[in-house]
Ligand binder design. Structure first.
Ligand SMILES: [Zn+2]
Length: 180
């Protein structure tokens, strides 16, 4: 990961940032993850990477397409070829039809919602939980309130697991000391 360019290294004030300087600034705010550049700046609630550019809040990938001289056409949006929604690697940035993009995000949302629903049902109806939920309860410092809310159960159930009052198998919780 390259260091964020310092102000004095820019040619012209940052609001005029363009060309390779724009890419430098984007890269500096991303983390290389395999071939992807994962954005560490702000996102919209819909998960679109955003940055300030010439005094405006703009989608990072739209800026990249503009920089390439190929802004997204009507009914198309700047997206990724790698399906990593956080990725802002210019090589993975491409325009997609809006309909396809919506379908993609709907699919992701549905999967997450369904997974949460299934683990919640498992806990309530069967009194046991999925391995993923168990690992999350036992292997993280996340608060019981927040986990319970996600899984749709009372935090007391999360505490019961953490205190060893429930569970299919006992497991040392490396974070136990941090959970008071
Ligand atoms: Zn990528």
């Amino acid at each position: 990961m390259s260091a964020r360019p310092r102000k004095k290294d820019f040619i012209g004030p940052p609001e005029k940032l363009s060309g390779p300087y724009l890419l430098e600034a984007i890269k500096a705010r991303s983390k290389e993850c395999g071939a992807c550049w994962e954005w560490h700046g702000p996102f919209t609630s819909g998960g679109v990477p955003m940055m300030r550019h010439r005094g405006e809040r703009r989608p990072v990938r739209a800026l990249i397409l503009e920089w390439k001289g190929k802004p997204a056409r009507t009914n198309r949006v700047a997206s990724t070829s790698c399906e990593n929604t956080a990725c802002v690697n210019p090589e993975h940035t491409k325009e997609l039809p809006k309909a396809k993009m919506l379908e993609r995000s709907r699919k992701n949302t549905n999967q997450a919602a369904r997974a949460a629903k299934i683990s919640a049902t498992q806990i309530r109806k069967l009194g046991k939980i999925s391995d993923d939920a168990y690992m999350r309860i036992m292997g993280s410092t996340e608060s019981g309130v927040s986990i319970g809310k996600d899984l749709g159960v009372d935090q007391s159930l999360v505490s019961a697991y953490r205190n060893g009052k429930r569970g299919r198998f006992r497991m040392a919780n490396p974070f136990a000391g941090l959970l008071r």
